[in-house]
Design a protein around this ligand. Structure first.
Ligand code: NDP
Ligand code: ZN
Length: 196
């Protein structure tokens, strides 16, 4: 199915199956239905995977259907009772594989999980590296615009620096995303009143 989308100045064709993406969005909305983001308004969690998929499609012009579906689903296994087997049965092995690559092992201590993200990034697939950057872009935009209510400035600063370490290993998969990340972190630091 071909879908038209308008980005403001130009109209482009998004050559992906809308039904697949709508099924993924509906699945994610159901799984995350009781979760909220950490901002002061406790926004619905689903806003985040929607933002990640939207960023890939609209700002980075990603046309890869499996990657866009995986973006919508990327936090379901890490943060809900959804399983990789369920994802494979519902969306196929490619989508399952991408989500698996970006899913942390929550049985590990947080510090170790964060180090593993940095170490694993350069070895991830092209699709997973794009999804990782998009996820980090959305999170640093949230840190700047609607941060976790109880985070000190130093915690925000540390989080931004950690995303740089992860993104360093993801670069080269999509030049547009690399540039969007660079703009986003610059803007977030400016908003927090800090230098790089
Ligand atoms: P967490 O992993 O606990 O929280 C960040 C994650 O929360 C994001 O990756 C995002 O994950 C999710 N999230 C939900 N809502 C928001 C939002 N509004 N804005 C941004 N992210 C949101 O962070 P850490 O505890 O790992 O903290 C980051 C750094 O801070 C670490 O390096 C840690 O060591 C350090 N730290 C510093 C402290 C201090 O006081 N200085 C105290 C504790 C930690 P997702 O995409 O999965 O939704
Ligand atoms: Zn995420």
């Amino acid at each position: 199915m071909k879908q038209q989308r308008t980005t403001g100045r130009t109209t482009k064709l998004l050559l992906v199956d809308a039904a697949v993406l709508l099924r993924a969005a509906t699945f994610a909305a159901d799984k995350h239905r009781h979760q909220r983001r950490k901002d002061a308004d406790a926004s619905p969690y689903i806003n985040h995977p929607l933002a990640v998929a939207c960023l890939l499609a609209v700002e980075a012009n990603v046309q890869d259907e499996a990657l866009l579906a995986a973006a919508l689903l990327h936090d379901t296994v890490e943060d809900t009772e959804a399983t990789l087997i369920e994802l494979e049965e519902t969306f196929g092995p490619t989508v399952r594989g991408i989500v698996e690559e970006v899913t942390d092992d929550k049985s590990l201590p947080k510090k170790e999980r964060k180090a593993l993200q940095v170490n694993h990034a350069p070895h991830a697939s092209v699709a997973a590296r794009q999804l990782k950057i998009a996820d980090k872009i959305c999170n640093i935009r949230d840190i700047a615009d609607c941060p976790p209510a109880d985070w000190s400035k130093s915690r925000k600063v540390e989080y931004l620096s950690w995303t740089e370490d992860v993104v360093r290993g993801c670069r080269g998969a999509n030049a547009t995303l690399d540039a969007v990340y660079d703009q986003a972190i610059k803007k977030a630091r400016r908003k927090l009143g800090i230098e790089a």
